[in-house]
Design a protein around this ligand. Structure first.
Ligand code: ZN
Length: 255
């Protein structure tokens, strides 16, 4: 492993930490950047060693040192995800695509972290996935842009139709417009043939997470249950892109 690859993985821990804090502030409608991180219960400003990814959480056993309020699993989980995204990119993307792939993964992690908390996928982050996808096409796949543009149109169009159809049938919103925008942005990365596997992974993982959640909360799932779909679209998009970037011969017929 090169020094740069190790740097990317360690940076993933810090980026994950920043994404967790940023998503928290977005959900509370606070400024994204201003101010030091505080305990959400006793408002004490956290010291630097409490903010060290994974270690800070592990040493304090997931609780605030002052008020003992539980911090929750979100910080270590997001930090670990930030590093795993970099590890997956280092091991599957060709050297020329590692940086673009890692950036895509971190953008998708930020979208997922915000959607979990707010059921929103900010337009700005979706737009960043599109811009980065344009850079990837110009850099790595200039001859395939028609297929990738078709992926964006199909991805957006498909979920937009589902959204309209659901509203017509049930008279209420089932799917947010942000989900369609996110699948469109991912479609630019994975192309027309990547949309079906993205949706397959998204649906299966989304259903599995909803079932787990209902077991833990011992609630029955119903048509009224609210589930964030964005995180699972993001997960499917990253997995399919990684497989495409790796260009595994046995999979190339399906993706
Ligand atoms: Zn506290």
């Amino acid at each position: 492993m090169t020094t740069f690859e190790i740097f990317l993985i360690l940076a993933g821990l810090l980026i994950g930490s920043a994404i967790d804090a940023g998503a928290d502030r977005f959900a509370r409608q606070e400024s994204w950047i201003a101010g030091r991180s505080r305990c959400r219960t006793c408002e004490r400003t956290l010291s630097w060693h409490e903010l060290v990814p994974l270690a800070g959480w592990a040493i304090s056993r997931g609780r605030c040192r002052t008020c003992r309020a539980p911090i929750g699993w979100s910080p270590p989980a997001t930090e670990l995800a930030g590093a795993l995204i970099a590890i997956a990119a280092v091991f599957s993307a060709p050297p020329g695509l590692v940086v673009l792939t890692v950036l895509l993964g971190w953008l998708l992690l930020a979208l997922a972290a915000i959607d979990f908390r707010t059921f929103l996928l900010p337009d700005g982050l979706n737009a960043a996935v599109v811009l980065l996808g344009g850079a990837m096409l110009a850099w790595a796949r200039p001859a395939d842009w028609v297929m990738h543009l078709a992926g964006a149109v199909i991805g957006f169009g498909l979920l937009w139709l589902v959204e309209l159809g659901y509203r017509r049938l049930r008279g209420r919103d089932g799917l947010g417009r942000g989900d369609a925008k996110l699948l469109g942005a991912i479609g630019l990365w994975v192309g027309a043939f990547g949309i079906a596997p993205v949706l397959l992974i998204a649906s299966l993982s989304g259903i599995a997470a909803a079932l787990l959640h209902s077991v833990r909360e011992s609630k029955k799932l119903s048509g009224q249950s609210t589930i964030a779909f964005g995180p699972w679209i993001a997960l499917g998009g990253y997995i399919v892109w990684l497989l495409q970037a790796a260009r595994i011969p046995a999979l190339s017929a399906f993706l």
